[in-house]
Write a protein that binds this ligand. Structure first.
Ligand code: UD1
Ligand code: CA
Length: 502
């Protein structure tokens, strides 16, 4: 990313984050599908430092476990009982192997800081030979931030915290971002001299600036014009604001790369989605972590996909999908629920009110309406009639159903797994299939229809139904239908196939 690599990065993540009012440590809250700490670690890693440490304390184990998940080689450093950003950096430094050169400090709660800004900070620092180079920005409301105090020639003299600042200093619009490049030796010497004589009784990292100057080192500053990049999250209002800005940037970036986004304000993309040029995203689309969409595909409106793979020219309408693969030209939705392990083959179809799970549906096969397909393999060119259920669960274990190529499953079929329907076979509508169906066979598994002629006029006299029946009888003049005897339930002689419409 940058020609200038820092020797080390320390990410501060020990603070309490009380204003989040959350049982979850602040840095583990997420925007764009990645935790705040995840964003900070990704930016730091992009610089390819020799060493990377994360300073933890509040919610220690949760944060440390998260670091271990994200970054195997990051060092977790524990901050002790002494408070303050200066102490945090000292604890981080103590955990790192001995080294020289440039050390970068960033925060775990500043998610929009980009690798290129960090790289520029290192570059400016290395080129200037300063002891410290800090990142600053001018913000509309500097309240709460440390202010950057410069001398008349523009050199940085000190950083003064809000609580320690004079009225005059509080009027300074340039704030300390909290991101610094240090010469490690200069930092080490200054940390040894840090005190807690300030309004908060903490060891301020900001005091290193004045101490470095006293020791005869230059303090430089890189002022960024992009104030969003230095903004930290302190409460949930800022979490939402930064989340929206991150999303806006991601959407703009994808549009510049050739993705059509009809309504950027209702399109939400996680940082690690992958889109190709000529993908179209309709309003109300959320693409979550690990989703990939290929050229020519159209997603939405109102669709949420997580960890899904959508191939070229596929269409996914009003769908909720997790861990599904949709092959080329296939069509999904509206109102489909794709659960993990769903694979829809090229040109296939999953339609309205269909739920699928662990279901591999072959090329050109269709499940168009109102069905549940769980733990199934369906071959090519098969059709699953409306309201079919792949009955996969016996109350204890899940079982698999295999349907071959060019099969016609009649509407309202229950396929009680484990069961296999061979290539080219048919099942009759309304069947409960409990035994394997050989290739080419028709399986009928339902009770026969019984007709009791004249029942309504006899048993429901005076109703609208009886009147309608009487009118129908008079119109056809069919005497045979009037007052026949009740027929009892029993096997009929009619040919089974004659009743089937598949
Ligand atoms: C700090 C700076 C301030 C700057 C602001 C930018 C100091 C004294 N002040 O103020 O000049 O404008 O950041 O956002 O440095 N942390 C620890 N251990 C601690 C305390 C904090 O790891 O003991 C971490 C926090 O988790 C957080 C970061 O350091 O990631 C900043 O801490 P915070 O308390 O928010 O500092 P500010 O008071 O905002
Ligand atoms: Ca802060």
């Amino acid at each position: 990313m940058t020609r200038h690599r820092p020797a080390a990065v320390i990410v501060l993540a020990a603070g309490e984050g009380t204003r989040m009012r959350s049982a979850t440590p602040k840095v583990l809250h997420a925007i764009g599908g990645r935790t705040l700490l995840g964003h900070a670690l990704a930016a730091a890693r992009a610089l390819d430092p020799d060493h990377l440490a994360v300073v933890v304390r509040h919610g220690r184990d949760q944060v440390a476990n998260h670091v271990a998940e994200l970054d195997k080689t990051a060092i977790v450093a524990d901050q002790d009982d002494i408070k303050g950003t200066g102490r945090a950096v000292a604890c981080g430094l103590a955990a790192l192997p001995e080294h020289d050169g440039t050390l970068l400090v960033t925060y775990g709660d500043v998610p929009l800081l980009s690798p290129s800004t960090l790289g520029e900070l290192v570059e400016v620092h290395d080129a200037s030979g300063s002891g410290v180079t800090m990142l600053t920005a001018e913000v509309a409301d500097p309240t709460g931030y440390g202010r950057v105090v410069r001398d008349p020639s523009g050199d940085v003299l000190a950083i003064v915290e809000q609580k320690d600042a004079t009225e005059e200093q509080r009027a300074i619009p340039e704030i300390n971002a909290g991101t610094y490049a240090f010469d490690v030796a200069v930092l080490r010497a200054a940390l040894d001299r840090l005190g807690t004589d300030n309004a908060q009784g903490e060891m301020y990292l900001t005091d290193v600036v004045a101490l470095a100057r006293e020791a005869g080192h230059r303090v430089g500053a890189l002022r960024t014009a992009d104030a969003w990049q230095v903004e930290g999250v302190n409460d949930r209002v800022q979490l939402a604001a930064l989340g929206a800005e991150l999303n806006r940037r991601l959407v703009v970036d994808w549009m510049r790369r050739g993705v059509t986004v009809v309504d950027p304000s209702t399109t939400w993309l996680d940082v690690d989605v992958e889109l190709e040029a000529d993908v179209t995203l309709l309003p109300g689309v959320q693409l979550r972590a690990g989703t990939r969409v290929r050229a020519g595909a159209t997603i939405g409106p109102d669709t949420t996909l997580s960890g899904c793979d959508v191939a070229q020219d596929a269409t996914v309408i009003r769908t909720h999908g997790t861990g599904a693969r949709i092959e080329q030209g296939a069509i999904v939705g509206p109102f489909s629920h794709l659960r993990p392990g769903t694979v829809l083959g090229a040109g296939g179809r999953i339609g309205a009110f269909v739920e699928t799970k662990n279901a591999v549906i072959g090329e050109g096969s269709k499940v168009p309406h109102l069905s549940y397909v769980g733990d199934a393999t369906i071959g090519e060119g098969s059709n699953v009639g409306a309201a079919t259920v792949f009955v996969n669960y016996d109350g204890v274990a899940k079982h698999r159903t295999v349907v071959g190529d060019h099969v016609r499953i009649g509407s309202d079929t229950m396929l009680v797994a484990p069961v296999t329907v061979g290539d080219g076979a048919y099942t009759a509508a309304g069947s409960v299939i409990t035994e394997d169906v050989p290739p080419g066979a028709l399986a009928v598994a339902r009770s026969r229809q019984r007709v009791v002629e004249g029942w309504v006029e006899r048993r429901r006299p005076g109703t609208a139904a009886a009147d309608a029946a009487a009118r129908a009888r008079d119109a056809t003049g069919d005497e045979a239908t009037s007052h026949p005897p009740d027929r009892q339930n029993g096997p009929q002689q009619q040919d089974q196939e004659g009743t089937v419409r598949a």
